[in-house]
Design a binder for this molecule. Structure first.
Ligand code: SAH
Length: 277
């Protein structure tokens, strides 16, 4: 099926998402954790759970003091610029997205240091330099702004928010329901209508939304799941931490479905796990 015909078959949004797995169920016990709408028309579960929705919440208003100050974000971005190799549009996104909003209050003072920090459930928010690097590598590898990106591993939603400033549409999938809901709460005030949050096992990618120009995994796998490459359009790029020791690997799907790969750098990501909790 061509990319165009696949896109033509996609449902209009907001779409629904089947996320009613019982707590702790595995993907094997949950055959429709990541359903294809092509399989059976409309999924039946509550619309509110599969899609990020805009609500009337006041945006964060910088006061010029403390962690909500634009000045602390400016300094973080200057440090990222000094690292080199970052795309200007990505740096602008890092300047725009308030990272402290994604952290619990006790950690907010560290929000603009280059640290991975705990977000609960044994998971972490990625370092700003890693988020900026991954987004920059994607853009550089594609040579253009991606129309549609899939992020595997929403976590608290920070990287998804950054990606939403550099891509046409972003889908982000998370396997831990509590984090999926945390991300939804964190993102509400930022009003990002091109960002869609999904609950499911991202090992299967996300049939809704495919084909993607880019897939970015925030969780490390031992082998790249076939679905991630299958859901890339020809010419699309996948970026994922792979192997032990971990390497951030890039893969480009060619027009003949051959895959070119190269190593970007060493990596330290949390592991990709299966099932939905
Ligand atoms: N994107 C986040 C990083 C979150 S850490 C940020 O903005 O900083 C990686 C996330 O991947 C964790 O929340 C973890 O629960 C999630 N994850 C691991 N395996 C997954 C899978 N199979 N499907 C979806 N999410 C997964």
């Amino acid at each position: 099926m061509s990319a165009d015909s696949t896109r033509a078959a996609r449902p209009r949004y907001p779409a629904t998402w089947d996320d009613a797995a019982p707590s702790g169920s595995s993907s094997a016990a949950r055959p429709r954790s990541n359903p294809s709408l092509a399989e059976g028309g409309k999924p039946t579960l509550p619309r509110s759970q599969g899609v990020y929705r805009q609500t009337k919440v006041q945006p964060v208003v910088p006061t010029g003091q403390g962690m909500d100050s634009q000045a602390v974000r400016d300094r973080m971005v200057e440090r990222l610029r000094a690292i080199g190799g970052m795309e200007p549009i990505v740096l602008h996104a890092m300047l725009t997205v308030p990272r402290h909003v994604f952290l619990e209050p006790g950690l907010a003072a560290q929000a603009y240091l280059d640290n991975a920090l705990p977000i609960g459930h044994g998971q972490t928010i990625s370092k700003p330099s890693v988020v900026a690097r991954c987004a920059s590598v994607l853009l550089q590898s594609l040579g253009a702004k991606p129309e549609r990106v899939l992020e595997i591993g929403t976590g608290c939603g920070y990287q998804a928010a950054v990606l939403s400033h550099v891509a046409g549409e972003v889908y982000s999938i998370e396997r831990i329901r509590a984090l999926h809901e945390l991300a939804r709460r964190n993102l509400r005030a930022l009003r990002l209508p091109n960002l869609r949050l999904l609950l499911g096992d991202g090992t299967d990618g996300a049939v809704t939304g495919a084909p993607f120009d880019a897939v970015l995994s925030a969780a490390a796998c031992t082998e790249v799941p076939a679905s991630w490459l299958a859901q890339l359009r020809p010419g699309g790029v996948l970026l994922a931490p792979v192997g032990q020791p971990q390497r951030l690997m890039a893969y480009r799907k060619t027009a003949t479905a051959k895959v070119d790969s190269w190593c970007v750098e060493d990596a330290h990501f949390v592991p990709l796990k299966s099932g939905v909790l």
